[in-house]
Each structure stands twice: as structure tokens, then as C-alpha cells.
Design a protein around this ligand. Structure first.
Ligand SMILES: NC(=O)c1ccc[n+]([C@@H]2O[C@H](COP(=O)([O-])OP(=O)(O)OC[C@H]3O[C@@H](n4cnc5c(N)ncnc54)[C@H](O)[C@@H]3O)[C@@H](O)[C@H]2O)c1
Length: 271
């Protein structure tokens, strides 16, 4: 039974593998047997993350590249294929919100700069489309592969303030379904595309929005916890089970879905 989830012999690319959630999923996939390529813009950090996995006896390769620069992704693909000969899994975990696209404090909707919206849309949407093109092409050539996008609670029910991020993650949900259909119809059932929609996890980007310096909840952090039936933030390694499931043969007949991992946030109506 557990063989269904076995990733031995598979190669996984994790964009944003240098970050909090990407790093946790990279480790989880490596523990399930995959060789994980840690893709990040900063080479030193990618090396550091991959070295720490290797020190634990796991298989990891640093893969410096920028998800918004197709040439750097193509170079990364070439480098990786030389080492592993295959690419089976892609997790698009590079992304996040940007303060300049957030309606907060002095900044109202009417003062939002289009450039700020474009920037957050570009990182989250184009930053997932380009890796799907580059690494997905190798999967297409091999006739099998699993792409996992990272959505957000902001995609289905827009959250206050984060207008650009919410729109970008809604685009990710739509893209996940679109690409799932396109790849299955044109290239066969071996190619699957799904997404994970994390609830609220404390990361570097959002720490100051959720927690005060003394560790107590901010007003917004308190609102989130009040709307999360399990009453807490998620732990990054709680995404691993879903990531391994979607990456593995356990999800062989599953494509085009978005799975919330959110402590019940998306199920709760607030009363
Ligand atoms: N933390 C949460 O609560 C939460 C909730 C829902 C969704 N998400 C999503 O999960 C994903 C990971 O979030 P996180 O909290 O781990 O953030 P993080 O900031 O810890 O990780 C993001 C990583 O992406 C990298 N990155 C950014 N731009 C890049 C680029 N152009 N090229 C290559 N790498 C780039 C960063 O260097 C960083 O290592 C994001 O898409 C985020 O929107 C996070």
C-alpha cells in the first residue's frame, strides 16, 4: 500500500525550495525517495538548503534560477537533466504577496499603482507558468509527470487588503484546471496538474502581519485564528502529505483539483 506514495527514482523541481513552505515540501518529497532540485534565485541559499538535506542522507541538487527568467530556467533544466536524466515532479512554490499591492494604511484602492498589481501577478502567475512550460516540456517528452501549483485561501474567497495577490492566486486555480485539461487531452493521462491551497502558515513574508514581536497575535492574526476551526496556524510540514500524494501514483487518476490544507478555514462561514 505504501508503495503508492513511493517517489524513489523520481526527480522533483521545487521552485522557491529555499523558502519556508517550498523547503518543507522539498524535504518531504526527498524523504519519500525523490531527488529534489532546490530552485531559487540566490545560489548560496539554494546550496545551503540542498546541503542541509544531503547532510540528512537525502538526495538534493541546488538549482539557481529565476522563475521569471525563461533563459535561466532552460539553463537549469539542461543542468538538471545532465545530472538526473529525468524530471517527474514540479512544485511551483516561489511566490507571495507584495506590500505595494496591498490596500492598507494610507494606500486605498484608488491610489493603487498598476505596476504594483502587475508585479505581484507576474511573480505568482507568470512565475508558475514559465516553470510549467520549461520543466513540463520534459514531462511531455517522457509522457509522464506531476505539476503542483501553490494557491492560497485568497483565491476562492478574496481576503481584505491583498487585492493583487488574491487575483494572482485565483489565476493559479484557473490555470491549474486549464493546464490539467490541455495536457491530459493532448499528451495523455501520464501528465497531471493539481494545486495545494495552504491556509495560514507563519513564514518570513507574513510573520509581521500575523505575530507581534513578543509572539502574541496581531489583530489580523487573531482574525485568522478566529476563522480557522482548528484554532492555530499550520506547520509547514503539514503540507508534505498532500504534496507527496499529488506527486505520486496514489493520485494517478487525479488531475485539475485544488486541495485546501487549512485547518478548516475554507469550510467555515464565520458563525
Ligand atoms: N505562508 C503562508 O501562509 C502561505 C499561505 C498560502 C500560500 N502561500 C504561498 O506559498 C508559496 C511559498 O510561500 P512561503 O510562505 O514559503 O514564502 P517564502 O518567502 O518563504 O518562500 C518563497 C520563496 O520563493 C523564492 N522566490 C521569490 N521570487 C523568486 C523568483 N523570481 N525566482 C525564484 N525564486 C523566487 C524566494 O526567494 C523564497 O525562497 C507562495 O506562493 C505563497 O504565496 C503561503
Amino acid at each position: 500500500m505504501m508503495n503508492l506514495f513511493d517517489l524513489t527514482g523520481k526527480t522533483a523541481v521545487i521552485t522557491g525550495g529555499t523558502g519556508v513552505l517550498g523547503g518543507a515540501m522539498a524535504k518531504g518529497l526527498a524523504q519519500a525517495g525523490a531527488t529534489v532540485a532546490i530552485l531559487g534565485r540566490r545560489e548560496a541559499l539554494a546550496v545551503q538548503v540542498s546541503d542541509s538535506l544531503k547532510n540528512e542522507g537525502l538526495k538534493a541538487i541546488p538549482l539557481p534560477a529565476d522563475v521569471l527568467d525563461k533563459a535561466s530556467l532552460l539553463k537549469a533544466r539542461e543542468h538538471l537533466l545532465k545530472q538526473t536524466g529525468r524530471i517527474d515532479i514540479l512544485i511551483n512554490a516561489a511566490g507571495g504577496n507584495m506590500p505595494e499591492a496591498t490596500v492598507f494604511g494610507e494606500l486605498t484602492f484608488f491610489g493603487l499603482e498598476p505596476e504594483a498589481l502587475n508585479k505581484v501577478m507576474r511573480l505568482n502567475f507568470e512565475g508558475s507558468v514559465l516553470p510549467a512550460q520549461v520543466f513540463g516540456e520534459s514531462m511531455k517528452d517522457a509522457g509522464s509527470g506531476s505539476i503542483i501549483n501553490i494557491s492560497s485561501m485568497a483565491a476562492q474567497k478574496p481576503l481584505t487588503r491583498v487585492i493583487g495577490y488574491a487575483a494572482a492566486k485565483a489565476a493559479i486555480d484557473n490555470f491549474t484546471k486549464w493546464l490539467a485539461v490541455d495536457l491530459a487531452q493532448k499528451y495523455g493521462e501520464g501528465l497531471r496538474v493539481n494545486a495545494i491551497a495552504p491556509g495560514f502558515f507563519v513564514g518570513e513574508q507574513n510573520r509581521s502581519f500575523l505575530l507581534n514581536t513578543d509572539g502574541s497575535l496581531t489583530t489580523r492574526g487573531g482574525q485568522i485564528i478566529a476563522n480557522t476551526p482548528m484554532g492555530r496556524f499550520g506547520e509547514p510540514d503539514e503540507l508534505v502529505g498532500t504534496a507527496v500524494y499529488l506527486a505520486s501514483d496514489a493520485a494517478k487518476f487525479v488531475t485539475g483539483i485544488v486541495i485546501p490544507v487549512d485547518g478548516g478555514f475554507s469550510a467555515y462561514g464565520g458563525l
